[in-house]
Design a protein around this ligand. Structure first.
Ligand SMILES: NC(=O)c1ccc[n+]([C@@H]2O[C@H](COP(=O)([O-])OP(=O)(O)OC[C@H]3O[C@@H](n4cnc5c(N)ncnc54)[C@H](OP(=O)(O)O)[C@@H]3O)[C@@H](O)[C@H]2O)c1
Length: 246
């Protein structure tokens, strides 16, 4: 029997990178996975791959910044599959720039997706999980949730918020049998940096000469955390590329 047989997992931001790899990893362990994001074509490709590998999957178009859509994502999963055992809050954007550049639309987008989107999906999942008396929420934070540096002030601000929210949730929900894990990756080779508009930042990142992590490395860590017995709560996982200084 696979470790997650009979479990229902939702992964947000599953159309690329860490979310995509996590959906594949959880499906490989036997979970029925609801893969959510805005790009439906990418979700369909992923679903086909999971199905051809023998996994169970459903796609769900969802913009997590829309509270109603985020709630429906969770409620529809419960209605269709009978439970929501795992929620991976992975959707995120990283629009690095110095604060003096005043890119306020990008600040808003980061807080909308990384913090409020996470809260909307969590809110709906907690309601279901409290009724079930069990559940596991994984919040994908970042090394930037522990320290900041020039150009990552606002992004770090969102991830510091994710860490604070995760720890508060852990304390609030432990008596309901609901576990919370925050995962803090260092540099992972994904599309995340493609959306940065600040040319100076893009140039600096291009010159970074370390071997990054791959999405599967983070997916494996998430699969580990959610496969532990109920008495084990893996609260925090920090993973850096071997050559990353800070
Ligand atoms: N890559 C890294 O170095 C790194 C390091 C630390 C932490 N992280 C965190 O890891 C998470 C995943 O990022 P990634 O590296 O895998 O980047 P990615 O490949 O760009 O994936 C980001 C995902 O978020 C989704 N997304 C963005 N806005 C959304 C919205 N409004 N509603 C729903 N989904 C939305 C995107 O899907 P759609 O565009 O299709 O909606 C995409 O699937 C993020 O939270 C990021 O902060 C990444």
């Amino acid at each position: 029997m696979a470790k997650l047989d009979g479990k229902v997992a939702i992964v947000t931001g599953a159309s690329s990178g860490i979310g995509e790899a996590t959906a594949e990893a959880l499906a490989a362990e036997g979970a029925t996975v609801v893969v959510a994001a805005r790009r439906e074509d990418r979700l369909s490709d992923l679903a086909q791959r999971i199905e051809s590998a023998g996994g169970k999957v459903k796609t769900a178009k969802c913009d997590v910044t829309d509270e109603r859509e985020a709630h429906e994502l969770v409620r529809n999963a419960e209605q269709e599959f009978g439970s929501v055992d795992i929620l991976v809050n992975n959707a995120g954007v990283m629009l690095l720039s110095k604060i003096e550049k005043g890119l306020s639309d990008e600040w808003r987008r980061m807080f909308d997706v990384n913090v409020l989107g996470l809260l909307y999906a969590t809110d709906a999942a907690v309601e279901v999980m409290k009724r079930q008396g069990s559940g596991h929420i994984v919040n994908v934070s970042s090394v930037a949730g522990r320290k900041t540096r020039p150009t990552s002030g606002v992004y770090s601000g969102t991830k510091f918020a994710v860490n604070a929210i995760s720890e508060a949730l852990r304390q609030e929900l432990l008596e309901d049998g609901i576990r919370i894990t925050m995962v803090e990756p260092g540099a992972v080779a994904t599309e995340l940096t493609d959306h940065i508009t600040d040319e100076e930042v893009r140039e600096v990142l291009k010159q970074r000469n370390i071997e990054p992590l791959q999405s599967v490395d983070i997916a494996n860590a998430i699969a580990y955390a959610v496969s532990q017995p109920q008495r084990v709560s893996v609260n925090e996982i920090l993973i850096r590329p071997t050559q990353q200084t800070n």
